[in-house]
Write a protein that binds this ligand. Structure first.
Ligand code: ADP
Length: 502
């Protein structure tokens, strides 16, 4: 059995669907294969925050003095790479112009986004890939809107995002992205097909060029042939063996759960290895400090953004700057008793009991299910969760003084909005959970996969979490969706145009 098309996409999460739509928009017929019984991958489960500098939406946010200091620090930081230095030069000009204008809204720009992304990954990402991510992130928002997806008007700071540039989809979790893409599939069914329960097992290579994929469906092998193949199979956070094989930076991950769906098993890494693909950053595994203690999932997370919540350990004490990078916060959490913490928020985060979190759960539902605790005073809340009441009261009091600016935050936190001072108060327990694998197939700016000699593997493209080099050692919160959309779109377009280039 065999079937022929223009572009084959492996994986029906955000990046694969973006690549498929983009390939079709650039004139290709497309077949997408997805091994699970439904589309969506991890993308549909994610908080779905999307980072992009967006002056229109950021205009209503006031900038704080601490945020101003952050920009100046980033401009002044020593950088070795020339491209990175050019971002700093651009940022310095933009920043001078902003200051001269007397504006008070939150400053942002692609240059600042690039620098925070690059610095936030310990300067190990490929600057060329970061450059393109920052330049095209906002276009990606407009592209999604052109496909019918809606984003809320307000923006927020997502955990480990470092800046208020996260867009929130109007539909819950990642469903907005997946719905927009799959509607496009339905509308163009003549030229686009997807097959569920269909797993890619091998690449077909002829004369050094990838010309197709062998897939397995219902125990049957089928040969799919095409002019280009896009690997978009996601990461390997749900593959415990691979985690153990590549983990260097964390204590053993054997007992640590994951936020990921069961299909995140790193298949694309293996497919790439069949053609000698170069792998980068494989030991850069991202954990979040925000896992449900039972399941590792992000559901039940009560934070509504970085500014308005704190984390306390089982003594009721803060232990980290809660506006920090994800790796920094999770490392600090591993140092606490049972690697367990409590997220503390107040009425600012939940003005009413039916207010929903980022995972489409109301706070009342979470409290009723025993997954969150509610009390009228901090003392009562402390009793409920078994931490020392005097400590919790003192901790919150100190935090509130830092919000007011009367003291400097003892953990160097710079992201604040409201104090924690209005009942009801809420708490929910959280543990480390494996979330994202930054490493993967090495690509160039055209999303072509490179081999171990740094040469392009003809006919092979990749996008999304299966690729490496975009985030470095630590991915900023909110950058995964931007990565998926920007690089999925690039991979699809180039896979399609590689047809005519021959
Ligand atoms: P990304 O965010 O990069 O798009 P996702 O996890 O959202 O990653 O999506 C990746 C998708 O690829 C998942 O739906 C997963 O089930 C699918 N997938 C993984 N391996 C294979 C494979 N061998 N064949 C087909 N689909 C696969």
């Amino acid at each position: 059995q065999s079937q022929t098309t223009d572009v084959i996409v492996i994986g029906g999460g955000g990046s694969g669907l973006a690549a498929a739509v983009s390939a079709h928009q650039n004139g290709a017929k497309v077949i997408l294969v997805e091994k699970m019984p439904r589309l969506g991958g991890n993308t549909i489960l994610s908080g779905a925050a999307y980072n992009a500098a967006d002056p229109g939406r950021q205009e209503s946010i006031e900038m704080t003095d601490l945020e101003r200091e952050t920009v100046e620090t980033i401009i002044a930081e020593e950088q070795a790479d020339e491209l990175v230095q050019s971002w700093q030069a651009t940022l310095a000009e933009e920043w001078e112009a902003y200051k001269a204008s007397g504006a008070t809204y939150l400053f942002d720009s692609p240059s600042l986004h690039k620098l925070q992304t690059y610095n936030g990954g310990d300067k190990t990402a490929d600057p060329v890939l970061v450059d393109q991510l920052g330049d095209q992130a906002y276009e990606g928002i407009e592209w999604m809107e052109s496909l019918g997806m809606e984003f809320n008007d307000y923006m927020f700071t997502v955990l480990g995002g470092l800046w208020t540039r996260a867009h929130q989809p109007s539909e819950p979790l990642g469903t907005g992205y997946i719905n927009a893409f799959s509607n496009y599939f339905d509308e163009n069914a003549d030229d686009m097909q997807y097959f569920l329960n269909t797993k890619a097992t091998d690449l077909i290579v002829e004369d050094g060029k990838v010309v197709g994929v062998i897939v397995e469906s219902n125990g049957e092998k089928v040969e799919l042939r095409a002019s280009a193949v896009v690997i978009a199979t996601g990461g390997f956070a749900a593959n415990e063996e691979m985690r153990e094989e590549f983990n260097e930076n964390w204590p053993s991950l054997a007992d640590i759960k994951t936020t990921n769906h069961t299909g995140a098993t790193g298949d694309g890494i293996e497919l790439g290895q069949q053609v000698n693909a170069s792998l980068v950053g494989m030991s850069d595994i991202q954990l979040l400090p925000m896992g449900d203690p039972e399941t590792g999932s992000l559901s039940g997370n009560i934070e509504q953004g970085v500014q308005d919540r704190i984390f306390v350990n089982s003594d009721g004490l803060r232990f980290v700057n809660e506006g920090e990078r994800r790796d920094v916060m999770t490392k600090a959490l591993f140092e606490q008793e049972d690697a367990l913490m409590w997220t503390i928020v107040d009425q600012h985060s939940y003005p009413t009991g039916d207010t929903r979190n980022n995972f489409n759960e109301t706070i009342d539902e979470l409290v009723a299910a025993g997954r969150a605790y509610e009390a009228d005073t901090l003392e009562e809340l402390a009793e409920l969760i078994g931490v020392d009441p005097a400590n919790l009261v003192a901790t919150v009091d100190e935090f509130n003084q830092a919000v007011d600016g009367t003291i400097e935050d003892p953990f160097g936190r710079t992201l604040f909005d409201n104090k924690i001072d209005i009942a009801p108060f809420y708490a929910a327990a959280r543990k480390p959970t494996v979330h994202h694998t930054m490493g993967g197939l090495q690509i160039n700016a055209a999303a072509q996969v490179l081999n171990e000699d740094g040469e392009v593997i003809e006919g092979l493209f990749a996008a999304g979490e299966v690729t490496g080099g975009i985030h470095g050692t630590n991915r900023l919160g909110g950058n995964a969706l931007a990565d998926i959309v920007v690089y999925g779109r690039i991979a699809g377009a180039n896979a399609a145009t590689s047809l005519t280039a021959e």
